[in-house]
Design a binder for this molecule. Structure first.
Ligand SMILES: Nc1ncnc2c1ncn2[C@@H]1O[C@H](COP(=O)(O)OP(=O)(O)OP(=O)(O)O)[C@@H](O)[C@H]1O
Ligand SMILES: [Mg+2]
Length: 226
């Protein structure tokens, strides 16, 4: 049973009165508990695809079904609930709140979801930081960390609500190879141990080769799904 399917997914940007179709009919079926790499040259539509799949961009044609839910059937409020419950994000520019502590940054999505008490959220956040080798950084301000550490904090934050699906747009893009490898190994481990589905755009072909599935885009079309 697929966790994400798309049917004839298209997206068109309009600029200066001209239409430009960026996604030109994407049909995908993504199985759960897999690490998926989206690859393709610059401008092929990878980020655009990731934004529509991850519910952040609702301006598309065609069908996206996640967990048996057709995204188009949800109101804006329902979609925002769905996103907060089911989906985590790790972007290349991680948007941590620099003046907040690491612990606060990781805790925020869980406090917002309101499933756990404040004490439970703190414990869960510390556990998540521990898993990513960051427990000793918990009380520093986010702005005081290195780039690789910030990236791992962003991952902890993406994981705290245990989303079923995690999307990353070049999550290892601004890391050196050691930290890039570390982050990728964490993703592989999560897929095996928690059954989460992780979908990442990457330019690193060595890392992409280790994914369970590679989706290659060219000019807004899937040219191979290996
Ligand atoms: N807001 C926009 N308005 C018009 N065109 C856009 C917009 N955003 C992206 N595009 C165009 O859509 C195409 C795909 O962009 P996208 O960002 O998805 O590429 P990408 O595969 O992620 O590239 P990269 O590897 O460089 O990040 C590009 O030709 C880009 O210029
Ligand atoms: Mg991109």
């Amino acid at each position: 049973m697929a966790i994400i399917t798309t049917e004839n997914l298209t997206k068109t940007f309009r600029s200066n009165g001209n239409d430009f179709q960026v996604l030109r009919g994407i049909n995908l079926s993504i199985e759960p508990a897999q690490l998926i790499a989206i690859v393709g040259s610059s401008g092929s539509g990878k980020s655009t695809l990731l934004y529509v799949l991850s519910t952040l961009d609702t301006n598309y044609d065609g069908t996206i079904v996640i967990n048996d839910t057709n995204l188009k059937s949800l109101s804006a409020n329902q979609l925002s609930d769905f996103r907060n419950r089911e989906i985590g994000f790790v972007f290349q520019f991680h948007y941590l709140l620099p003046e907040f502590t690491v612990l606060e940054n990781v805790s925020l999505p869980a406090l917002k979801l309101g499933r756990l008490s404040a004490d439970e959220v703190e414990q869960a956040s510390l556990d998540e930081l521990d898993r990513l080798g960051l427990k000793d950084q918990a009380y520093k301000k986010a702005s005081q960390l290195s780039g690789g550490q910030m990236q791992r904090v962003a991952i902890a934050r993406a994981l705290i609500n245990r989303p079923r699906i995690i999307f990353g747009d070049e999550p290892t893009g601004n890391l050196d190879s050691v930290n890039g490898r570390l982050v990728f190994d964490i993703f592989k481990d999560l897929v095996r141990t928690t059954g989460q589905t992780i979908i990442v755009v990457t330019h690193d072909s060595a890392l992409a080769k280790e994914a369970d599935q590679i989706i290659m885009l060219k000019d807004g079309l899937v040219v191979s799904a290996l």
